[in-house]
Write a protein that binds this ligand. Structure first.
Ligand code: NAD
Length: 268
């Protein structure tokens, strides 16, 4: 019996095997939760990828289902919440993890589309899911929402204007919802990962890599400022914080933006 036994958790953007979303699904299942694994499904390959993730969780002894969810579509968010409650009877924890990494580049080169997509996925995606889930949590007597911001939502990173602005907004939204729904016993917190070794982490290494610099050298250099062992985080290390914030161990914790960054200070 894990600390999340009896609870149902929904995770967005969780179809990527190496991503934080799926890392969190693994941690949640390990803690005893039943999990709804969701992600964008643009075709058969995406559906197979999502089914494979669920298969992996079930093979490990967990209980999980897959649902297609584009977080920019409020109707889909509402359908997925209804489907979750139909299949799993309840919904206790939501990890709003889906993210768009493309709002990066020199500020004067960033397009409206890059800003708008950052906003649509990173901020409005959370708004859409929260609108669908909060009424359900209210009638259930409470719940826990965890939003994935970033260290880039706490401090500045040069050439990250679109991404960083949307991640600061995630923290603002988190804190307001925590206050607004405290009465309903709905806790709302954010995690702020630093450098996590995922596809997005790899893209960041490419982004900052100097011309002619070898990839491995750039990968190491990216974490030279991390006090804790000068290393990248594993996705499961973010997942374990999601378990804590989703559990009754955090029953008096709300409105927090928790850095999970090995001591790396926000801001470059
Ligand atoms: N990797 C890092 O170093 C790092 C650091 C801080 C924060 N983050 C945040 O963690 C989250 C997960 O990132 P990751 O590093 O695991 O990368 P990832 O690329 O594996 O995960 C992003 C996921 O979001 C999904 N997604 C994109 N648009 C979507 C949409 N419209 N609807 C639903 N899903 C959508 C993608 O399909 C993908 O599965 C993101 O919010 C990211 O901003 C990552």
């Amino acid at each position: 019996m894990g600390i999340l036994a009896g609870k149902v958790a929904l995770v967005t953007g969780a179809g990527n095997e190496n991503g934080i979303g799926f890392g969190a699904c693994r941690s949640l299942v390990k803690a005893g939760a039943r999990v709804v694994v969701t992600d964008l499904v643009r075709g058969q390959a995406d559906q197979e990828r999502l089914d494979a993730r669920v298969g992996e969780l079930i093979a490990g002894g967990g209980e999980a289902i897959a649902c297609a969810l584009d977080v920019t579509d409020p109707q889909q968010a509402s359908t997925v919440v209804d489907h979750t409650v139909e299949r799993m009877e309840r919904l206790d924890i939501v990890f709003n993890n889906a993210g768009y990494p493309g709002g990066v580049g020199p500020f004067l080169d960033l397009t409206d589309e890059q800003f708008n997509t950052s906003w649509a996925v990173n901020l409005m995606g959370i708004v859409n899911v929260c609108r669908a889930v909060i009424p359900r949590m209210r009638t259930q007597g409470g719940g826990a929402i965890i939003n994935n911001s970033s260290l880039a939502g706490l401090g500045t990173i040069t050439r990250f204007a679109g991404y960083s602005a949307s991640k600061f907004a995630v923290i603002g939204l988190t804190k307001v919802l925590a206050v607004e729904f405290g009465e309903d016993n709905i806790r709302v917190n954010a995690v702020c990962p630093g450098a996590v070794w995922t596809d997005m982490g790899q893209a960041e290494v490419e982004f900052f890599r100097q011309p002619g610099q070898n990839f491995e050298e750039a990968r190491q250099e990216a974490v030279q400022g991390v006090p804790l062992q000068r290393r990248w985080a594993e996705p499961g290390e973010i997942g374990d914080a999601v378990v804590y914030l989703g559990s009754d161990l955090a029953s008096y914790v709300t409105g927090v933006a928790l850095p999970i960054a090995g001591g790396l200070a926000p801001g470059l």
